[in-house]
Design a protein around this ligand. Structure first.
Ligand code: PHB
Length: 539
């Protein structure tokens, strides 16, 4: 298949399986996280056997799950986007300000960064209401359809404008931006250019910009740039997003812009005072596991894909700019292997060379200058982040409950305490296929003190597990373990229910507890990854 002019051919040293794996992750992301193997074949143009090997490798890495035959992205894949967002630091430093403004105004507030000629969201403080369309963390929008776009464009070079014009000519309907409605009647090139250039000039003098229903009817936004105090350049753009049923674009400027400006001033002060990032725990050997035997990893396992993807996880907080040496050290990969992954990612726009010079000693045989550092780009968020950024604890738990029910042959469920704490609610449940199984549907509320899960959740501090005979249903014996959030707080109970005639209390502990405990750990791992930069609802 000939490549379109705008996509340069990959350099000779690029790792082909890594490029294919990235393409599979990106097509899955665009499809909202789920595709059948044949749909993946069509979307990527790859042969079925290649798709199968890539999906098997991604499954082995825990980035996709095979549900029936469909490939489904898992929360674990968010570790790639998390690496970028942690390295960026802006969400960690500024999201509190954005969330407070959203509360104050009762409107959604977002933070976006520039991604070439587009904008990409790195934080969303959203309101739940009927009339609101809000974008997800990681979504990419064409600059000219947004309020942040003209602000970023005030810093564009001639080259960047040329890239923008070329993209507009090649994709006037914005089909390359699956999260925005397509443009039905695109303006002429001249009209589009003049309009965006005028909006950019206005943004340069007014230091704010408006989006008056550029994305879709009803959606309005006002944006202000947040400047990096060291460089004076735009670090990100903060926006307040509303609907014309609540505010016109003129209202946004009059009523909300002053408060947005005050928040942005506070954000810039936070950036000014931020201590240097704490270097996280030193990383080493991230990719060692990929060297295990084929027997262990599976016949279909594509080592070069797994190794390449691991390179992205070498980045993180306090690890925003890494040299080839740093990456080889963190991953345990040979320098030549790490170098080829870097070349591949640079070609794909997922990684960019940075210009910081740090003194390191490196063998002169490497063609990369020793001081050359690399940083992840916002495009890393296109590897699975947006569809998973809206996940909930029940969604995270459900596939794990299925595996658990399968393993222990008992009905398993997740329960949370409801306000003010006198009831529990089952939020996810997978029944065992016994004739007689406990019938509590998700959503069922029960008095907390009379259920095993509830008793566990009411204890302070909760025990590692509880086994009890249920008071509400005769003959039901159940065992529960706690599920913790990132801060160590108990937020839910994972529960398996049997019949008193089927297992004794001791048998519950011996036969079910180990599987229950390891399932809770898997749910926690997923939850902690998903909740690093997004709010994961418990119900
Ligand atoms: C958003 O945060 O969803 C948003 C921000 C700016 C826009 C449009 C949407 O122009």
């Amino acid at each position: 298949m000939p490549l379109p002019d705008s996509i340069p051919a990959p350099p000779a040293e690029a790792v082909a399986p890594l490029m294919r794996g990235v393409a599979v992750l990106q097509r899955l992301t665009e499809a909202n996280g789920v595709l059948s193997p044949s749909a993946l074949e069509r979307a990527t143009g790859l042969a079925r056997s290649t798709v199968d090997r890539i999906v098997a490798t991604l499954a082995r890495m825990g980035y996709v799950r095979l549900d029936g035959r469909d490939a489904t992205l898992t929360p674990r894949v968010m570790e790639l986007g998390n690496a970028y967002l942690a390295a960026l630091r802006l969400p960690d430093l500024l999201s509190g300000h954005a969330d407070a403004l959203a509360d104050e105004l009762d409107e959604s507030v977002s933070l976006a960064v520039a991604d070439r000629d587009g904008i990409r969201f790195v934080h969303q403080a959203t309101r739940r209401r009927a009339l609101s369309l809000s974008f997800r963390i990681g979504d990419l929008l064409p600059a000219e359809r947004t309020a942040p776009g003209p602000l970023f464009a005030t810093e564009w070079t001639t080259d960047a404008w040329r890239t923008w014009r070329t993209r507009r000519q090649q994709d006037p309907h914005h089909r390359g931006f699956p999260t925005v409605p397509p443009v039905r009647h695109p303006p002429t090139d001249t009209e589009a250019s003049q309009d965006f250039e005028r909006r950019t000039a206005d943004a340069a003098s007014a230091h704010y910009a408006l989006d008056d229903q550029l994305i879709e009817p009803g959606l309005v936004a006002v944006s202000v740039p947040v400047r990096d105090p060291r460089t004076g350049r735009i670090a990100c753009v903060a926006s307040v997003v509303s609907h014309t049923s609540r505010h016109t674009a003129a209202d946004l400027r009059g009523a909300l812009l002053p408060r947005l400006r005050a928040t942005v001033a506070a954000m810039e002060e936070t950036l000014r005072q931020a201590p240097p990032p704490a270097p996280g725990p030193p990383r080493s050997g991230l990719a060692i596991w990929t060297g295990a035997s084929k027997q262990e990893l599976g016949r279909e396992f594509v080592e070069s894909l797994a190794r390449g993807l691991t390179v992205l996880t070498a980045f993180g907080e306090g690890r925003a700019e890494l040299t080839l040496t740093d990456i080889a050290k963190a991953t345990g990969l040979a320098r030549a292997t790490a170098r080829r992954a870097l070349i591949t990612y640079e070609h794909l726009g997922l990684l960019t060379p940075t210009t910081t010079t740090i003194a390191t000693t490196t063998a002169a045989t490497d063609r990369q200058p020793p001081h050359r550092t690399f940083a992840l780009t916002p495009r890393v968020l296109s590897l699975g982040f947006p569809p998973l950024s809206r996940t909930s604890l029940p969604q995270i738990a459900l596939p794990h409950l299925r595996t658990l029910t399968d393993a222990v042959q008992e009905t398993t469920a997740l329960a949370v305490l409801t306000e003010p704490g006198d009831e529990i609610r089952y939020t996810a449940r997978v029944p065992a296929s016994h004739v007689m199984s406990v019938d509590v549907r998700p959503g069922t509320r029960l008095p907390a003190g009379r259920t095993t899960a509830g008793r566990l959740l009411l204890e302070k501090p909760p025990a590692p597990y509880t086994v009890r005979d249920e008071e509400l249903e005769q003959g039901v014996r159940s065992i529960a373990v706690p599920v913790h959030d990132r801060t160590g707080r108990v937020i839910a109970a994972l529960n398996a229910a049997t019949h008193v005639a089927r297992r004794t209390t001791e048998e519950c502990v011996d036969d079910i507890l180990p599987a229950l405990t390891s399932t809770a750990a898997h749910i926690e791992t997923d939850l902690h990854t998903a909740a690093r930069f997004t709010r994961v609802p418990l119900t």
